[in-house]
Design a protein around this ligand. Structure first.
Ligand code: PMP
Length: 334
């Protein structure tokens, strides 16, 4: 049996477990047609991640505190479970994500893993456009969830994957549900309603600085907007790779990339640049000094947080650790 027909067979088998058919005995009030108590209870496992204090790394900057959301506690292992779930639920609510559709999007890895995981649990086929040179372990995870991969030019990076997803969606609009994570408001809204609310409750609202890297910019835009509404004094700092050629997976060099539709650079009080080597050496420090094995963009976030903290007398600096280091263990810098 080839990959597609194999997947089709399994989708038919799962049809009775699919979103549209499920009628929970006690309905979930947020998503009435979804059973959040089923055995595949992935939806309820998304969010409410720990906020970890990095007390060793921040020793030199005391009394400034550095706190970070450990997003690998999400069931798909990254921050992208939040927006992926948000976009699927939104599509379902609008009637765009129907049982016959294939979920299609461009991804550098983590959003794809989230779509593939939810697609497997809910009985949807998932087709992902991903640059050829995306992490080997990311690709292996995606294939294990039975996602179909459309490999795009490594040189064109995430923009090449976006172009291919647009082409496929335009060529066959009835075949696909194309959330388009770069232009879908449900992406940043997942952080506005989820990530930010959690940070506010975990800190009792005491956040002086919020720092996040820019990929789709959903994390920064959604979390930043809500934190700013809660306290106008909170400083919002975005960061991005310092050059178009970088190894900060999941992040975009905005000046040379297709600009995400909802990205508004004016939200940030400041934008910083991080070099790949700075992020990688922070990844090693975090493993040895804090016992945290994080991904490269998480290393970049803490590098940035520490730099910001060095310029302060007092404050609570909050950032995001988008994923852990497991998928990057085949990278050469370790
Ligand atoms: N870090 C990693 C590892 C990611 O996968 C992503 C998502 N592309 C980001 C950071 C950036 O998140 P966002 O898309 O919300 O800007």
């Amino acid at each position: 049996m080839n990959r597609v027909s194999d997947q089709e067979t399994r989708n038919e088998e799962r049809e009775t477990n699919g979103i549209a058919q499920i009628r929970p005995s006690t309905p979930d009030t947020r998503h009435p047609s979804l059973d959040t108590r089923s055995s595949h209870n992935l939806i309820a496992a998304v969010g409410n991640t720990p906020l970890i204090e990095l007390s060793h790394i921040s020793r030199d900057v005391a009394p400034v505190r550095i706190l970070a959301k450990a997003e690998w506690f999400n069931p798909g292992g990254s921050v992208k479970d939040r927006p992926a779930l948000g976009m699927l639920l939104d599509g379902h609510r609008r009637g765009d994500l129907t049982r016959d559709k294939i979920i299609l999007d461009a991804t550098s890895g983590n959003t794809g893993i989230a779509y593939a995981m939810f697609g497997a649990a809910m009985g949807f086929r998932v087709r992902l456009c991903i640059p050829k040179n995306a992490g080997a372990l990311h690709q292996r995870i995606l294939r294990t969830y039975a996602a179909e991969l459309v490999l795009t030019s490594g040189q064109k990076g995430s923009d090449g994957a976006i172009e291919e997803a647009i082409r496929l969606a335009q060529q066959d609009p009835d075949l696909y549900f194309y959330p388009d994570q770069y232009n879908n408001d449900a992406n940043w809204q997942a952080h506005y309603h989820g990530t930010a609310e959690e940070i506010l409750s975990q800190t009792d609202g005491h956040v002086t600085h919020f720092i996040a890297g820019l990929g789709t910019s959903g994390t920064f835009m959604g979390t930043g907007k809500r934190l700013r509404e809660a306290n106008r004094q909170t400083q919002l700092i975005s960061f991005q790779p310092d050059s178009p050629m970088h190894a900060l997976e999941g992040l975009k060099h905005m000046p040379t990339s297709i600009k995400p539709g909802f990205y508004d650079e004016s939200l940030a009080d400041e934008n910083r640049c991080v070099r790949t080597e700075e992020a990688q050496s922070m990844v090693k420090r975090l493993a040895c000094e804090e016992g945290l094995l994080v991904g490269v963009s998480a290393g970049a976030a803490i590098h940035c947080a520490l730099q910001v903290a060095r310029g302060l007398r007092d404050g609570v600096v909050v950032t995001i650790l988008p994923d852990n280091g497991m998928k990057y263990l085949d990278h050469h810098f370790w």
